[in-house]
Design a protein around this ligand. Structure first.
Ligand code: HEC
Length: 117
């Protein structure tokens, strides 16, 4: 009986460590409600990046959700910005923001990865 309980608890712990990769309600809310501070950048963000990165399950790393961004940041920020500019698998070139400058793409990437402005 004791062993069975232990197994159930271990199974529970396993499920817990997996679910940490899943955004909680607060993470989803951050992604839905947060914008870059600067007004023009926020406007560009709303009509491009946010469409995919602002909600979970689109295949895009969720804005502000560290477990989605950490492994990507390990590639280096320059590589991420290059992928934002050139496209990367289902990530469209320029993130569908045709008037975004290279600086904008960098700022937007840093914003979503929450490692900058
Ligand atoms: C049409 C949906 C869509 C839009 C719009 C979009 N993205 Fe993405 N983005 C994706 C998807 C899907 C991925 C994951 C691609 C993969 O890893 O296969 C991604 C991944 C990324 C990555 C990580 C690339 C890497 O090397 O891991 C960055 C950075 C990024 N997007 C930046 C942006 C920025 C900045 C914008 C707005 C200017 C934007 N995205 C708009 C869908 C989108």
């Amino acid at each position: 009986m004791r062993a069975l309980l232990g197994m159930i608890m271990l199974a529970g712990l396993g499920a817990c460590s997996v679910s940490k990769q899943e955004p909680a309600a607060a993470d989803l809310q951050w992604a839905e409600t947060s914008r870059p501070l600067e007004a023009q950048l926020a406007e560009r963000y709303e009509r491009s990046c946010m469409v995919c990165h602002g909600r979970n399950g689109s295949g895009a790393p969720l804005a502000g959700f560290a477990p989605h961004w950490k492994p990507r940041l390990d590639k280096g920020i320059d590589q991420l910005v290059r992928h934002a500019s050139d496209g990367f698998n289902a990530m469209p070139a320029m993130g569908q923001c045709n008037d975004c400058s290279a600086d904008d793409l960098r700022a937007l990437t840093l914003f979503m990865a929450r490692s900058g402005s």
